[in-house]
Design a protein around this ligand. Structure first.
Ligand SMILES: C[S@@+](CC[C@H](N)C(=O)[O-])C[C@H]1O[C@@H](n2cnc3c(N)ncnc32)[C@H](O)[C@@H]1O
Length: 149
């Protein structure tokens, strides 16, 4: 039930941002391009990825804190549970982003839509399906209430 798991990075993200403070807050930003380098031993796993317009990237927020179970935003003194937040600071600092795939050349994917610092470890890549991964009815109540106040 509670055994530990071992994760191996499958690659590294090359980002224009050198520090956490420089990064965009959310991954929807389309202004910057990022290069995702997949390590040579995982290259066969990229077969057919070039046919995807969008991918889901899972990455490891290696500079994050892992001890925060509740957190508040600077602009909001209301604390929320970590699992109600997209904060990088979490017990297992796994991050998720939907990325537009601009091109795949060799082991390098050029994408829009990340929000991490240069050198962030890559954990996984999955194809993004519009019908599976889109949730047009999804709502976050605390966020909607805050923005209406
Ligand atoms: C709000 S999180 C969202 C991450 C991901 N898109 C998600 O939703 O799971 C993005 C922020 O994490 C911080 N960050 C970026 N790279 C990081 C890293 N390698 N370690 C810790 N924090 C990082 C930056 O402050 C960035 O603005």
């Amino acid at each position: 039930m509670r055994e530990q798991m071992t994760l191996q990075p499958i690659g590294v993200i090359h980002s224009p941002y050198a520090t956490v403070e420089d990064c965009p807050a959310y991954s929807e930003s389309r202004e910057q391009t990022y290069r995702i380098e997949v390590f040579p031993e995982y290259a066969p796993a990229l077969n057919s990825v070039e046919t995807c317009t969008h991918i889901l990237a899972l990455y490891w927020m290696h500079l994050a804190r892992r001890d925060l179970l509740t957190q508040g935003y600077r602009w909001d003194n209301q604390p929320h549970g970590t699992f109600a937040l997209r904060s990088p600071h979490r017990p297992n600092p796994i991050a998720l982003a939907t990325c537009e795939l601009l091109r795949l050349k060799g082991r390098i994917l050029t994408v829009h839509g990340l929000d991490c610092v240069d050198g962030t470890p890559l954990l996984d890549i999955k194809p993004c399906f519009a019908d599976i991964d889109g949730s047009p009815d999804a709502r976050v109540g605390w966020w909607e209430r805050r923005t209406k106040e």
